[in-house]
Design a binder for this molecule. Structure first.
Ligand SMILES: NC(=O)c1ccc[n+]([C@@H]2O[C@H](COP(=O)([O-])OP(=O)(O)OC[C@H]3O[C@@H](n4cnc5c(N)ncnc54)[C@H](O)[C@@H]3O)[C@@H](O)[C@H]2O)c1
Length: 421
């Protein structure tokens, strides 16, 4: 049976907390969960990190936070949104960056609008020993530029299909922002044909060269590109649903920011789960589950929901046609990479929203909060979908037909195509 996470029911005290039965392990119904303490409570590693710390100048730093560029507060806020208060105090600072951590990350599409700032942010992570930058063009200069930053990760560049296999050898996390971005007037579905074949080719190479890696899909339309990737991996016989992720972190980042602004809250403290998918009305921020608990008028819920759903268009319009969201996307993707690396490194308190294979609803893929562990998705935070407001419940039902159609479109497209040897 899959590894399980269960939170001690007695300790579940905070408003945003979840109790036993509210996390669902991969392929396991809530009622089958055993009662046990979270492994986080037993995690005792106490090591200092004699290396750099995020953006600070290099020095010998006793690393008391979970991570690097995300910073202590951000990580704590993330954890705080799902870990009950009683556990928070006992878990504080229990995960420390392992000084021997040595993960390889590949970015496919690294010379693009998202790829470049993402590469820079990943280069700042002390958990990364090697950063492989792949693109079909213009990646040498990007790699040369980033390689001058005196952080531990070694940067290597790879150009063109002939160098793709080497860019993936031994890699732990593959991030895919390759493709074309949405232009004004273009729907996410318009991107489908171009990006579907790019994702297909890249995922085939991942299957051949690093089948055990976590795969982060950024290329839009994520609602379809993730099912495409799943089909390709199945055809290659290496599909592990726990390790394939659609990156929806930007929706969460935007929701957190907009709610904090609206409610005059400290930005770093706010966490809003966003479920469903990653396009238009399929993006469903669960404002009633905001941590810390905040109340909204009906008008605020309506306005915030629409703003979060259309935030990409907002950026596109402000850029006046010269690009879409790239910098905030890079930040969001870097946060998801960092969370994945922390999970791989044994941090038992890593929770993120992601669009993954799921049985939380009748849809085969669905974005929700998940717990990440060494093997990928360890559990779903099913409690987020319980006790929804009428607005959220109706929005959830309304998004399902569109999300279902996008999933089916992706699966049908992948099934039609022959898989490369
Ligand atoms: N998931 C999200 O939240 C989110 C947010 C914003 C954008 N996106 C999507 O991310 C993708 C990239 O956006 P961008 O603004 O960086 O675009 P961009 O055009 O600036 O960069 C794309 C890069 O991909 C490269 N590329 C194209 N085909 C490739 C291939 N076969 N192999 C490797 N690299 C290839 C290009 O050379 C380019 O460098 C788009 O699909 C966009 O819609 C997703």
């Amino acid at each position: 049976m899959d590894e399980l996470l269960c939170i001690d029911k007695m300790a579940a005290t905070s408003a945003a907390s979840f109790s036993a039965g509210s996390t669902v392990a991969f392929g396991t119904k809530a009622s089958q969960l055993p009662q046990s303490k979270p492994s986080a409570l037993r995690f005792k590693s106490q090591k200092s990190l004699a290396t750099f710390s995020g953006l600070k100048a290099a020095t010998f730093v006793k690393c008391v936070s979970e991570s690097s560029f995300l910073g202590k507060e951000s990580s704590a806020a993330l954890r705080g949104s799902v870990v009950p208060k009683a556990q928070k105090s006992s878990q504080k600072s229990q995960y420390h960056v392992n000084p021997l951590a040595s993960y390889k990350v590949a970015i496919l599409g690294a010379a693009g609008g998202i790829g470049q700032p993402l590469a820079l942010l990943v280069k700042m992570s002390p958990l990364v020993s090697a950063l492989h930058l792949y693109d079909i063009a213009n990646v040498k200069g990007v790699a040369a530029d980033i390689s001058h930053c005196n952080t531990p990760a070694q940067v290597l560049d790879f150009t063109g299909a002939s160098e793709l296999p080497n860019s993936l050898k031994g890699v732990d996390v593959v991030v895919i922002p390759a493709g074309v971005p949405r232009k004004p007037g273009m729907t996410r579905d318009d991107l489908f044909n171009i990006n579907a074949s790019i994702v297909k080719n890249l995922v085939e190479a991942v299957a051949d060269n690093c089948p055990d890696a976590f795969i982060h899909i950024i290329s839009n339309p994520v609602n379809s590109t993730v099912p495409i990737a799943a089909e390709i991996l199945k055809k290659k016989g290496v599909y592990d649903p726990k390790k394939l992720f659609g990156v929806t972190t930007l929706d969460v980042v935007r929701a957190n920011t907009f709610v904090a602004q609206k409610k005059n809250l400290k930005l770093i403290d706010v966490d809003v789960p966003v479920v469903g998918g990653h396009a238009g009305i399929t993006i469903l921020p669960l404002l009633s589950k905001t941590n810390p608990s905040v109340s909204f008028t009906d008008e605020e819920v309506q306005e915030l929901t629409v703003r979060i759903q259309n935030a990409g268009t907002e950026v596109g319009e402000e850029r006046a046609g010269a690009g879409s969201a790239t910098l905030s996307m890079a930040y969001a993707a870097a946060r998801f990479v960092e969370s994945s690396l922390r999970a791989l490194d044994g941090d038992a308190d890593v929770y993120e929203c992601s669009y993954v294979q799921s049985d939380l609803t009748e849809l085969p893929f669905f974005a929700s909060r998940v717990k990440l562990g060494r093997k990928g998705v360890e559990a779903f935070i099913s409690s987020d979908l319980q006790g929804l407001t009428t607005f959220e419940q109706e929005a959830l039902e309304a998004l399902k037909p569109e999300l279902k159609a996008s999933i089916e479109k992706g699966i049908a497209s992948a099934q039609k195509q022959p898989v490369g040897a």
